[in-house]
Design a protein around this ligand. Structure first.
Ligand code: SF4
Length: 220
């Protein structure tokens, strides 16, 4: 029979959501601090980081979609970044009327100084045992994938949604997966969350890969 503490307890999912919210507060504070040190606001910093991970320029609409912010917000931020000399506007290769944004040399230098996650969170994560980090990473990937499928966040370039991903094909607990692009085996620890070479798998392959990746034998 439940005691008084258990009877008044919140659902576990609600408490996890609250804990994630606390983490987000710390990440936001870190982001303001890190970007502020470089005379940027977090949106401007995120735009530079997104551009830093691309080999070609991005349209304003693509940046807005990637960051899940409005087009006017991106337009205003990019205008400021142009003034600061961190990005350049140019014509899209495939459409002369469309504008793309790329990093300038100064922008590339500043991206190297920007801390994507934040020092405090990185320190906390690094303090966890490696096995716990890997399990947490798998859980986060699962959450990200579900949020992407529900259309709540933009699709990111993760191994688990890539057409080159071959999950659990090797009989090697440390390196069970395979990347068909570079023809190399790798483990959960090396799963990419934002790979420049990522190419989206079709719906059927993505679903099949996810089932194999999350199968019980894979988690052990
Ligand atoms: S190309 Fe990149 S995202 Fe795709 S499987 Fe290889 S490492 Fe992962």
């Amino acid at each position: 029979m439940a005691n008084s503490l258990e009877k008044t307890d919140q659902p576990l999912a609600q408490k996890l959501g609250h804990a994630l919210n606390r983490v987000q507060v710390a990440m936001r504070a870190d982001s303001w601090e890190n970007c502020g040190q470089n005379d940027l606001n977090p949106t401007q910093g995120q735009i530079l980081i997104v551009l830093g991970g691309r080999t070609t320029g991005l349209r304003l609409s693509e940046i807005a979609s990637e960051l899940a912010v409005s087009a006017p917000t991106v337009s205003e931020s990019v205008a400021t970044l142009v003034e600061k000399g961190y990005v350049k506007k140019g014509k899209a290769i495939d459409d002369g009327r469309a504008v793309t944004v790329t990093l300038s040399a100064a922008g590339k230098r500043i991206v190297e100084r920007l801390d994507v996650v934040g020092g405090a969170i990185t320190t906390v994560l690094e303090s966890l045992p490696v096995a716990e980090q890997i399990q947490l990473y798998r859980t986060m990937l699962r959450m990200v994938r579900q949020l992407q499928a529900a259309g709540r966040i933009p699709v990111s370039r993760m191994c688990v949604t890539c057409r080159y991903f071959r999950p659990n094909v090797h009989n090697d607990a440390k390196r069970p997966h395979h990347c068909a692009l570079v023809d190399a085996a790798f483990g959960d620890q090396t799963l990419r969350s934002d790979c420049p070479e990522h190419e989206a798998a079709d719906e059927h392959l993505a679903a099949k890969n996810w089932e194999t990746f999350t199968s019980e034998s894979a988690i052990g």
